[in-house]
Design a protein around this ligand. Sequence first.
Ligand code: MG
Length: 368
Amino acid sequence: MTQIRIEQIELRKVSLPLVTPWVSGLHQFAERESIVVRIRTNLGEGWGECPALAQPTYSAEYTDSAYLMCSEYLIPMLLELERPSAETFRAAARSIVGHPMAKFGIELALCDLAAQIEGCSLAGLLGGTATQVPAGVVCGTQPDAASAVATVSALVTQGYRRFKIKTEPGNDMEILSALREVFPDLQLGVDANSAYAEEPEAVRQLDQFELWCIEQPLGAEDLLGHAILNQALQTPICLDEPISSLEHTVTALTLGAANMVNLKPARVGGLLEACEIHDLCQQRGVSLFVGGLLETGIGRAANVALASLPGMTHPGDLSANARFYQEDIVSNPFELVDGSLTVPTGPGLGVVIDLDNLERFTTRVQQF
Ligand SMILES: [Mg+2]
């Protein structure tokens, strides 16, 4: 293969208005900040997105810390590589502790580029086989049962196939009882983002609603607590926040802390690591789906590519771009058709960057 020569790297911080403010037990925001990476080379250009959130509420990283990590460490490191590629970058980036989302943003641009050079889609590069992926949707925290029923009803009408609602102790029973009364057969799950850490016993009450998962009820580091719940409950316990690497996944599964994994490629530091976690879960027969972080069109395309892998047992958190963004930085957003999104077949990510929108939503830019 011809040697890749990097000509320029562009790092952007962007801020996109959301259709409606996002509310969960962790945070609330009306604009989605994110980071976009563009790598220009002699063989074409690759795009990546680092979807760290504006505040360090979901993980330790946040937009400004990831921007700094990219500009001060990861981009200079990439520019020094003799043979730049996703693999060589991943190996070099191991010398830096943590910062998986920043690493993911750059690795994604390199994977996009690699797929284009190979003349295949990103999904094809990763070993994806599905041409359509069923779409699941996540509902933010609902103030009461009536709002929850109205929100879920609207999403059912749109055609989503699988539902996950943010939950916390307090009005959880009331909300889930109301949802089950209206939608007895809905594929319904909950995500607690650790909200039950102080009252783990309250999680047991959720077992009566025939949920497809209870995601992350306890603290991100409480593998033991999750293992105890997982043994006691009928409902599958799913882990999200602690799944930060292949190594952590092995530990969590070996301890029996989960029998389902929410796989977010940004949280594990890149698509290559995510594929290894996929393979592990597939070998062990562990349920798996792709999670989301309200990505713009670039990160969303990476999630859709990952979701096309054969070991995905459940629809991912893969809503259409329009669920969050009236205007995106891609001009060919994913659309929901018969409850699925179409996996792009064009070279690389398969998205067309809307350069005008990208410029309009940029709040900071730097070239290297
Ligand atoms: Mg989650």
